[in-house]
Ligand binder design. Structure first.
Ligand code: PGA
Length: 256
């Protein structure tokens, strides 16, 4: 596990985008695991810039998103399908049919979750997975207490997560869905490489638990400590409760 601490949000976004772009340039048909929420927005903005200004080519790329609310129509402005279309897919040359978001409206949720897992496998597995972290340590919608070997399934959202996300629903928690379909921690851990991003003081406790606390389902992100290739990129505020000191760049960026 590599932890790097950058000066600000702009720097963490640019580093994450650069790491994803490096992979896309090396592997034209890379399988990207993508996230929603406020955290990855800067990364997507930078990837869009790279596409428009540097010709970064997404035409062979396949994507799988982490999660989706249950019960929101796909065109609802807070659905994660809508978020991804608006903030990334509509602005790059990825083929829409190669983009996958869990179906929050499937009649048979168990079957739909199994099909999502099967499709990831069929495509050769996730080459890289981008993650944010919840204020309660969740990754995707794997809330505290989630099995560290869980697979894609429906989860009940905690009160804390619904409160955190109420800002996207007119600050009205009653409008925030109660359930979500989410890749499991086991699904995420199968990715070849993982990048976790966090910024802001409201993430500092979760970051400290994830990086320097014990591996525990109480803090789902702590499972990443045992992943073979994970880079955690924080701004100074998110890193403010870490006890150790960490470098400002991953080893791959160092000239040796
Ligand atoms: P955020 O959410 O990026 O909107 O802070 C992260 C998460 O809950 O995983």
């Amino acid at each position: 596990m590599e932890v790097v601490v950058k000066e600000n949000y702009d720097e963490i976004s640019k580093l994450a985008a650069q790491m994803i772009a490096d992979l896309i340039r090396k592997k034209k048909n890379a399988v990207l695991g993508l996230a929603t929420g406020s955290t990855p927005l800067g990364t997507y903005k930078e990837l869009v810039r790279m596409h428009k200004e540097e010709g970064l080519d997404f035409s062979g790329i396949i994507t799988f998103n982490l999660d989706e609310y249950v019960g929101l129509p796909p065109l609802h402005p807070e659905s994660y399908r809508y978020f991804m279309n608006t903030n990334l897919f509509d602005q790059i040359n990825v083929k829409k049919e190669n983009t996958n978001v869990p179906d929050g409206n499937a009649e048979d949720q168990d079957l739909s979750c199994q099909e999502y897992e099967d499709k990831i496998k069929k495509m050769g597995g996730l080459d890289i997975q981008l993650l944010g972290i919840g204020g309660n340590g969740h990754i995707a919608f794997n809330e505290p207490g989630s099995s560290l070997s869980s697979r894609t399934r429906t989860k009940t959202l905690t009160e804390k997560t619904r409160q955190d996300n109420a800002r996207f629903f007119n600050n009205d928690i009653t409008l925030v869905p109660k359930y979500a379909v989410t890749m499991g921690i086991g699904t995420i851990m199968d990715a070849g490489e993982i990048i976790l991003l966090a910024n802001g003081t409201n993430k500092a406790d979760a970051v400290a638990q994830a990086v320097e606390g014990p591996v525990s389902s109480h803090c789902p992100a702590s499972a990443l400590q045992s992943h073979k290739m994970v880079t955690m990129i924080f701004d100074k505020e998110a890193a403010s409760k870490l006890k150790d000191h960490y470098p400002t760049d991953p080893v791959r960026n160092k000239k040796v």
